[in-house]
Design a binder for this molecule. Structure first.
Ligand code: SAM
Length: 307
């Protein structure tokens, strides 16, 4: 049997939708189908080794996220009853981490500014146990329809969908929003299956410049919501133009009111040390974490320093 390490691919991650089932119930179903659950491992390096060596009938509970199951990358779950019924969702680990970094409590008021197809929206709903309100925004009508279907099929009842440009949303109409997730369109250079599919150098530079301007603009809009206290910015790009450089640019405008807060402190792979805030950001990659490439930065509102 081929092992993951031979393939240079990310494993198959499956998130248990805790709005529909408990993790132990799903594990029992999988075991009854013949899947073999590997024991929990206490060190991250040890865990990565076990994942690299998984055979095609084995799985393990993720090291960081107790509702995420990890399988061999050849595993095709698309036709599985648990997937069809929204009980397990095929979501990469790195994609889960930005919702985890936002960390809204039950009852929170949240905007997901670039939400479709809704992988992170539905995880936010699960983390909030469907208590509170998530406004899921997406500019694309078509993608908003997919989002709507996905929200419905996962039982994410605290989500309302707004099919419009986030930049056109009036912050003053959302005075109760405290949390915003900004996961905008990006080059996708971290997605494992797209790696190696590079553009020419000039074309790439031009494309990156356009993307990073757009990303800064969307992120700056998030800070203009009157009572927002926490904003998480994420991309599935490896380029610093779309990551640390966007953070640096945005801090120039909002740095008096917001600061970068160290996020996912147990996560070992950090942002670029070229930047003072780099170690406070999280990165992920196939090589270091067996996930798609990813970047996450968490901003919080500074406390008023009244004397
Ligand atoms: N967060 C999503 C998830 O986890 O499933 C993935 C989001 S995808 C990387 C980026 C999305 O941003 C696309 O669906 C795109 O239509 C949307 N988008 C791009 N510009 C936007 C804007 N100005 N306002 C709202 N949505 C926008």
């Amino acid at each position: 049997e081929r092992k993951i390490s031979d393939l240079g691919k990310v494993p198959r991650y499956a998130r248990v939708n805790t709005l529909k089932a408990e993790v132990r119930e799903v594990i029992e179903i999988l075991k009854s189908e013949g899947w073999i659950l590997k024991d929990k491992i206490i060190s991250y390096e040890g865990f990565l080794d076990v994942v690299r060596g998984l055979s095609e009938d084995e799985f393990i509970v993720d090291f960081h996220l107790e509702y995420l199951l990890v399988f061999h990358s050849n595993t095709d779950f698309h036709d599985h009853e648990l997937v069809k019924t929204g009980v397990i969702l095929l979501q990469d680990k790195a994609s889960c981490l930005s919702a985890v970094a936002l960390n809204p409590k039950r009852g929170s008021q949240v905007i997901d500014a670039c939400a479709a197809p809704g992988m992170k929206t539905t995880l936010l709903a699960a983390l909030m146990e469907n208590e509170g309100r998530i406004v899921a925004v997406d500019r694309s009508k078509e993608r908003s329809q997919c989002l709507s279907k996905f929200v419905e099929s996962t039982g994410s009842s605290c989500v309302e969908i707004v099919a419009m440009d986030f930049l056109k949303i009036q912050p003053n109409e959302y005075p109760d929003i405290k949390y915003i997730l900004v996961d905008p369109s990006c080059s996708g250079s971290g997605i494992a299956r797209r790696l190696g599919n590079e553009y020419g150098l000039e074309e790439k530079r031009d494309r990156l410049r356009k993307l990073s301007n757009f990303q800064s603009q969307i992120l700056k809009h998030a800070f203009s919501f009157p009572n927002v206290k926490r904003v998480v910015y994420s991309t599935c790009s490896l380029h610093k133009e779309e990551n640390e450089l966007v953070v640096e640019d945005v801090l120039e405008s909002v740095g008096d009111s917001f600061k970068v807060k160290a996020t996912l402190k147990d996560w070992p792979t950090r942002g670029s040390e070229e930047f003072s805030f780099g170690c406070k950001c999280a990165r992920a990659s196939v090589e270091s974490d067996l996930t798609n490439g990813f970047f996450i930065c968490c901003f919080v509102r500074k406390k008023l320093n009244l004397k």
